[in-house]
Design a protein around this ligand. Structure first.
Ligand SMILES: NC(=O)c1ccc[n+]([C@@H]2O[C@H](COP(=O)([O-])OP(=O)(O)OC[C@H]3O[C@@H](n4cnc5c(N)ncnc54)[C@H](O)[C@@H]3O)[C@@H](O)[C@H]2O)c1
Length: 247
């Protein structure tokens, strides 16, 4: 198989739908051995079957699920070259409406999930002396996220963890970067806009390129970071937001 990811073994979390599924399809088309994971088992298996790649049920907030996934993929392929920490949940709640339980539930997935993913996969990458970890943050990890307090905080945490991991893992040849998408056309965007077209149009008014991203727009940045084309990039933020952050 040829392609920009030929011979690379890739784990993508939250791969049952949306962004993760499109990344899986693109990466597989570039020659990677892809394993999608998700809590949504039926959708995950269907997405993997359509792509022709692997699927494992996984809750990213659980350390034992991470160990099972990493051990299994390592045993099957003998290496793990790329981890895309993509799984996340969204909550539309202001600071005043966020309960401690809401906050902890969201952080368990969006923050502990990314921490556990990096921690569990790093020894396998260190053994090979190479690897690329791609953490999906958000524009909400660069600016305020009014109305989505815990979500915004979690995406800043992802950005911060990415930088420290990048510096700690650099001497082992392992790179770690974050991607900061703006609006992407997925199920999550419906939660952000509450399915309200007026709200969607108001948000779109702050996107200089004038359109919502297709998942493929973000997947192509992930492909660059997964491939050796980005071999000198680590600890960095890659903003893919149609220009919103420039305003
Ligand atoms: N859609 C947007 O506008 C947007 C903007 C910026 C950033 N993002 C980020 O992009 C990434 C992908 O989101 P999406 O838009 O494809 O959303 P999505 O809701 O379509 O997909 C998220 C996937 O994560 C899975 N997931 C949720 N909890 C999980 C858990 N505990 N363990 C394993 N999997 C779990 C879901 O089942 C789902 O398949 C997320 O990190 C999100 O925060 C999205």
């Amino acid at each position: 198989m040829t392609g920009r990811l030929a011979g690379k073994v890739v784990i993508i979390t939250g791969g049952a739908r949306g962004q993760g599924a499109v990344e899986g399809e693109l990466f597989a088309s570039e020659g990677a051995e892809v394993v999608l994971t998700d809590v949504l088992e039926d959708e995950g298996r269907a997405a993997a079957a359509a792509i022709g790649c692997g699927f494992m049920a996984q809750d990213v907030s659980l350390a034992e699920d991470w160990q099972r996934v990493v051990d299994d993929v390592d045993a099957r392929f003998g290496r793990i070259d790329v981890l895309v920490n993509n799984a996340a949940i969204f909550q539309r709640r202001k600071l005043a409406d966020t309960t401690p339980e809401d906050f902890e539930r969201l952080f368990a997935i969006n923050v502990r999930g990314v921490f556990l993913g990096m921690k569990t996969v790093a020894p396998v990458m260190q053994r090979a002396g190479s690897g690329s970890i791609i953490n999906i943050s958000s524009l909400a990890g660069l600016v305020a996220a009014p109305g989505a307090f815990a979500y915004g905080a979690s995406k800043w945490a992802v950005r911060g963890m990415t930088k420290t991991a990048a510096v700690e893992l650099a001497k082992y040849g392992v790179r770690c970067n974050s991607i900061h998408p703006g609006m992407i056309e997925t199920d999550m965007l419906d939660q952000v806009t509450l399915g309200d077209d007026g709200r969607r149009q108001r948000m779109l008014a702050s996107v200089p390129l004038g359109r919502v991203a297709e998942p493929l727009d973000i997947a192509r940045m992930a492909l660059f970071l997964a491939s050796d084309d980005s071999r000198y990039a680590t600890g960095a933020e890659f903003v893919v937001d149609g220009g919103s952050h420039a305003l």
